[in-house]
Design a protein around this ligand. Structure first.
Ligand code: NDP
Length: 277
């Protein structure tokens, strides 16, 4: 039996077992995917004994993603750019790591808004946290002309901007993002604003370029107020659940040897669980 898991602290909230369990069942694989609650002080001991514990690999979630980068022998370019690993596997006895949030975000847009990246002259990213770091990296990789990072804390936005080529990216205060919206081909919310239990994202869309694609990586609720407002103004929109599902694909392929599809059935399964929560 092939076994994998998600490691975090706490971990009971994770929907990864539902996603991977669906694929294990779909393929009829003799496998299992579980949860491991591991405290920060125990993470290094856990990750270096994955094989002894019978695991082919694992997903890593809060608060261990940065430590995971330090623990793996080899990390992919996205993980190094973001400074965090969320997927670990064993190859020839060596620990390898990747950040699959980046390809997950891009794949979700590819699936829901094909062609979104052609003529992407200007992208506006709200937020400068861990998720924004990956998304900015992905957008620049995909050839975005200019990326504007708008964040509440100016210094965090400046730090993110300073890691990228001069001229391709700039920072602004979240409260001053209005003018940037006029030329935005893509607007991405990566702040936690609008998530269930968090304050609302108060962002007037009046100045937003009429053809702009609007996406929110928050997925609880499935349609955030931002997405709803954008949809009512006639913008194409993409919700955050697709990113969560697509980021799980590379890990499953590594551990279980089959590349799964993000199907409507899987989307509906997880969406129903979010609806119940
Ligand atoms: P971080 O904590 O690293 O960053 C949070 C961001 O939200 C920062 O930019 C922060 O601004 C901003 N923010 C938080 N509270 C406020 C507020 N009251 N007013 C203005 N800005 C605020 O979190 P992550 O980047 O890891 O995650 C962000 C969101 O993305 C979460 O909701 C998470 O669930 C979601 N997510 C979804 C994924 C998916 O697969 N769909 C994957 C990863 C994350 P500041 O710097 O000023 O504090």
């Amino acid at each position: 039996m092939i076994r994998a898991c998600v490691v975090g602290w706490p971990i009971s909230h994770s929907r990864s077992p539902m996603i991977h369990g669906h694929w294990i069942e779909t393929f009829g694989i003799d496998g299992a995917y579980g949860r491991e609650a591991v405290a920060p002080e125990d993470f290094a001991g856990f990750i270096t004994t994955l094989a002894d514990r019978g695991y082919a690999g694992c997903n890593v979630t809060l608060p261990h993603k940065e430590q995971a980068l330090a623990m793996v022998e080899d990390a992919d370019a996205a993980a190094r750019a973001v400074g965090a690993v969320n997927t670990v596997w064993l190859e020839g006895g060596r620990l390898r790591g990747a950040n699959t949030d980046v390809p997950g975000f891009l794949a979700s847009l590819d699936a829901s808004a094909p062609g979104w990246d052609s003529g992407l002259d200007h992208a506006v990213v709200l937020g400068a946290g861990g998720a924004a770091r990956g998304i900015v990296h992905g957008l620049i990789e995909r050839g975005a002309g200019i990326v504007t990072v708008a964040n509440r804390s100016a210094d965090r936005a400046e730090r993110l901007v300073s890691d990228h080529p001069v001229g391709r990216i700039s920072a602004t205060a979240l409260a001053d993002v209005g003018p940037a919206l006029q030329t935005a081909d893509l607007l991405v919310n990566t702040t936690s604003l609008g998530m269930k239990g968090q304050p609302a994202l108060d962002l007037p869309l009046d100045s937003l370029k009429s053809s702009a694609l609007v996406t929110d990586i928050v997925y609880v609720p499935l349609e955030t107020d931002l997405l709803r407002a954008a949809r009512l103004r006639g913008h194409p929109t993409v919700g955050g659940l697709g990113m969560l599902l697509h980021q799980a694909v590379p890990g499953f392929a590594r551990w279980f040897g089959r590349t799964p599809a993000v199907t409507t059935a899987l989307y509906d399964l997880v969406a129903a669980d979010i609806g119940r929560s």
